[in-house]
Design a protein around this ligand. Sequence first.
Ligand code: SF4
Length: 292
Amino acid sequence: MRYEGIVYRPPSEARSLIIQVTIGCAHNTCTFCNMYKEKEFRIRKMEEIMEDLEEASHSRYASWIEKVFLADGDALIRTTPDLLTILDAIRRKFPQVGRVAAYGTAQDILRKSGEDLAKLKEAGLGIVYVGAETGDDEILRYINKGVTAAEIISAGQKLKRCGIQTSVTLISGLGGRGKVREHALSCAKLITEMNPEYASFLTLRLYEGTPMYADVVEGRFERITADEIVEEMKIFLENVRSPGTVFRTNHASNYVVLAGTLDGDIPAMMRTLEEAKANHHYRKFRETGDLL
Ligand code: SF4
């Protein structure tokens, strides 16, 4: 298998075969993100993808592959015929694969017709991971996400109508000290309206070289403390209504690990947050010169 640069995938795709169908991220200008800064975006040649699938199908682990993840940042930017060709090859070479997944931006999802998404679902695309980050339009503009909250919601609802599962990621602390409540309430509204199968929060971490890192160092953005992040999460949980959504804050960046299903497990998760705050029982981050 040939991989170009660092390849990112969601934690739940740890055991998946990863195939790069694009290199990098076409947007690549979110002010907090450094994931694909080293890569110049391009659509990968179909011959290379087919060669990778062929090689993987001859590996001794081939029969164990049950899931495939299409990388890099926004695989859904490829045309629907291209994606159908790739999904068809996966089905032929790995008949036991039960689910294909990809990262998808709201822009990519909205560009596809409902008919196209239904065809992709039929061909095996089972879940799309959407990095929403927040539901607040002002914060979305500040981080240069390139979409509005209404567009993210509309993209999620479109996936749902087409039978494709959605996993939404949000970022604790993304509004800074000035927008704790707005960020929490807007995230609750976003998840309520999308009612995704999965939702999770990371915690804001900033790498040197990103515009937001400079904003912190130069005093234009004030990060919030672990106690404030707990309060932000409590506001989110008090206001979200999304029955059946599997909810997690179990990334290495999270101060408090939560795991439950909305809405029924909200009281238990609130108790976990209150206990963590009362005892200052937080997971520790290690800050370094180039990582805040
Ligand atoms: S956050 Fe996602 S869309 Fe934004 S630059 Fe990073 S990979 Fe691209």
